[in-house]
Design a protein around this ligand. Structure first.
Ligand code: A3P
Length: 344
């Protein structure tokens, strides 16, 4: 176990994880006061709102977007629990939709017909903003009118807590999930990369116990997945349900399906040419991780871009979980997913 050395923490200050009480509306104070709570790995309180766990700083943005977000039928949402491959899916979706605008292959001289690709200089989280962390974090009702159509947006919110207009409109959602054992291991590393210098590393045992009880950001993980899964069965034209593992094992097939689902299907000429390969190469773990922007820059909230690129493999849990841990997560997964025939 723990074969890999933990990385040194990114230097983030703990302030970015808390929203100060005076910034909260009275309504938000009242709601929070009545919620069950428990401390998280930063010793910051987590609150259970509408069945899922959040830091206090997120309750206000969630209320804001639930109250004010207006959907367009052309909107595209990337929906994910944490650590399921959000960064990758954002890069792929942005690139599929904009593939005619930008140069997909920086090594080819395209005689300057297309502009340089934005992924070369911007992290995917900047190109596809998140409702609760970016757009509604500091503003009750942000002006989204300057966003080009289709608006490419993202959220970690469970399906039930999404703003009603997003659910009622004809906008499309792509949901990406992942084997819970890999999600947990990725999340554990993530917490340790984000921890302030003054704080000890989180032990895997400490976080594991919380994860299995569902007490982690946007958790319980299993309920989060099931919410979108069930809805995707009811409304397959609205929600595409994807797994990180299938994206890894059959990237060409998934990309074709994704393009078609979004209304940006690949032409025969594109399928027979290099376009799909170029998109996959541009958005690959190796390429994105090694771009200067992702090695040295930070997101506006202060988190270092490199925090989102760790190993990018399927089955890394084998290097960190004990047999007992594996059995425990598998038992929960079977209990929650078994009857829905959802397998990882
Ligand atoms: P690991 O920690 O297992 O390496 P998210 O983007 O939802 O925060 O998920 C992060 C996980 O996706 C991390 O997993 C990260 O390494 C992996 N990841 C990031 N970019 C990727 C890419 N282009 N291809 C595959 N995996 C990627």
């Amino acid at each position: 176990m723990a074969a890999e050395k933990l990385e040194a923490p990114a230097s983030v200050s703990i302030e970015i994880f808390e929203k100060y009480d005076e910034e909260l509306s009275q309504e938000c104070h009242n709601i929070i006061a009545a919620l069950p709570s428990e401390s998280d790995w930063f010793s910051v309180q987590l609150y259970r709102y509408q069945g899922f766990w959040y830091q206090k700083r997120l309750i206000q943005p969630i209320l804001n977007c639930q109250k004010h977000f207006q959907a367009h039928d052309t909107d595209i949402f990337i929906a994910t629990p944490l650590k399921c491959g959000t960064t990758w899916l954002k890069a792929l979706t942005f690139t599929i939709i904009n593939r005619k605008k930008y140069n997909l292959n920086p090594n080819l001289d395209t005689t300057q017909t297309n502009a340089p690709h934005p992924l070369l200089t911007a992290n995917p989280h900047v190109l596809v903003p998140n409702l609760e962390f970016d757009l509604y974090f500091n503003t009750n009702n942000p002006d989204l009118s300057s966003f080009p159509s289709p608006r490419l947006l993202s959220s970690h919110l469970p399906y039930a807590s999404l703003p009603e207009p997003a659910k009622q409109s004809r906008c499309k959602m792509v949901f990406l999930c992942r084997n819970p054992k890999d999600v947990f291991v990725s999340f554990w590393h993530f917490t340790n990369r984000l921890r302030p210098d003054i704080q000890e590393f989180n032990t895997i045992e400490y976080l594991f116990e919380k994860f299995c009880r569902g007490v982690n950001y946007f958790g319980p993980f299993w309920d989060h997945v099931l919410g979108y899964y069930k809805e995707s069965l009811e409304r397959p034209e609205k929600i595409m349900f994807l797994k990180y593992e299938e994206l890894k094992s059959e990237p060409v097939r998934v990309l074709k399906d994704l393009g078609k689902f979004l209304g940006y299907g690949f032409s025969e000429e594109e399928e027979n040419g290099n376009v799909i390969d170029d998109i996959l190469r541009l958005c690959s773990f190796e390429n994105l991780k090694n771009l200067e922007v992702n090695k040295s820059e930070k997101l506006p909230a202060g988190v270092e871009n490199k925090t989102y690129f760790r190993r990018g493999e399927v089955g890394d849990w084998k290097n960190f979980l004990t047999i007992d841990m594996m059995k425990q997560i598998d038992a929960i997964t079977e209990e929650k997913f078994g009857k829905h025939d959802l397998k990882f």
